[in-house]
Design a protein around this ligand. Sequence first.
Ligand SMILES: Cc1cc2nc3c(=O)[nH]c(=O)nc-3n(C[C@H](O)[C@H](O)[C@H](O)COP(=O)(O)O)c2cc1C
Length: 196
Amino acid sequence: MPIKSMSSPFEHFNDWFGTAKTADIQDPTACALGTATKDGIPSVRMVLLKGHDERGFVFYTNLQSDKSTDLKENPRAAMDFYWPQLGRQVRVKGPVELVSHEEADSYFASRPRASQLGAWASIQSRPLTARTDFENRLVEYEKKFQGREVPRPPHWSGWRIKPVRIEFWQEGEFRLHERLVYLRDGDAWRTEMLYP
Ligand SMILES: Cc1cc2nc3c(=O)[nH]c(=O)nc-3n(C[C@H](O)[C@H](O)[C@H](O)COP(=O)(O)O)c2cc1C
């Protein structure tokens, strides 16, 4: 039976993501994130989805990391979720924007203190000569913020992918999979099926 299209890809994502959250999946928010340099050299790595609504799909990271450097010079990205227990894949792509300071502050405040300190101490994607250098930086920031809340570092925030294309893929027997794509069409979405 073909995948039934819904009124929007966001409703469809909510439906599939909701099912993934109740399935025996270690972390359904984990997804591969693809970026590229301005010359088009691609990179992919895992991130965690921390927000999604009609504005798009949000993850958080260091703004001086390689991925953020890519996104500053080439502000487009793709995300790929794979939920093997459900035989489902969801692919998202589109331009990116930074989330608002308020949104980033609010998410940062919800993180465990050790993760907050890690965001200060990690110079993400830069060479690390010895693990102790990182541990010493952690101790430095523990001292610096002792007895008070850890503020969000200026170099740490969220990126939102504003989708122009979302594809829902359902595994079928004998590789006769189903693919339903939503494509942004002005303010609306149109759907099409693809050969597997
Ligand atoms: C399951 C999983 C989830 C991850 N989630 C994040 C994340 O949300 N944000 C992040 O900055 N790095 C996350 N990482 C680490 C990244 O994959 C990556 O190592 C790091 O962000 C540096 O990437 P870059 O050098 O391309 O910027 C995660 C790794 C794994 C395996």
